[in-house]
Design a protein around this ligand. Structure first.
Ligand SMILES: [Zn+2]
Length: 94
């Protein structure tokens, strides 16, 4: 008499490995059932995946810093810092 009932087992949707009825995670490939249920899972292999768009949405500050106006402000700030820095250096060295 078999200890298991094959009919209740379902294949892993990822690798096809037979899983027990209540298995949430595949023992063979680690595929998780919860992953599928979330529906909105991030797929790095999606052809339509727009990395720049993803970064802009995930890191709003980063996307803002990439805009031309913010970049100009950043340069102006760096130049001012450089001028102040060289001024302080000249004071220290004289
Ligand atoms: Zn699997």
């Amino acid at each position: 008499m078999p200890a298991t009932e094959p009919n209740d087992w379902s294949p892993c949707p990822h690798c096809g490995f037979d899983l027990p009825p209540n298995a949430r995670v595949c023992r063979e490939c680690g595929f998780s059932d919860d992953y599928v249920d979330s529906g909105d899972s991030y797929d790095p292999h999606d052809d339509d995946f727009d990395y720049d768009d993803f970064v802009a949405r995930a890191f709003p500050q980063h996307g803002e810093a990439d805009s031309p106006a913010s970049r100009r402000q950043m340069w102006i700030r760096m130049i001012i810092l450089a001028i102040i820095g060289s001024f302080v250096l000249s004071l220290l060295l004289t």
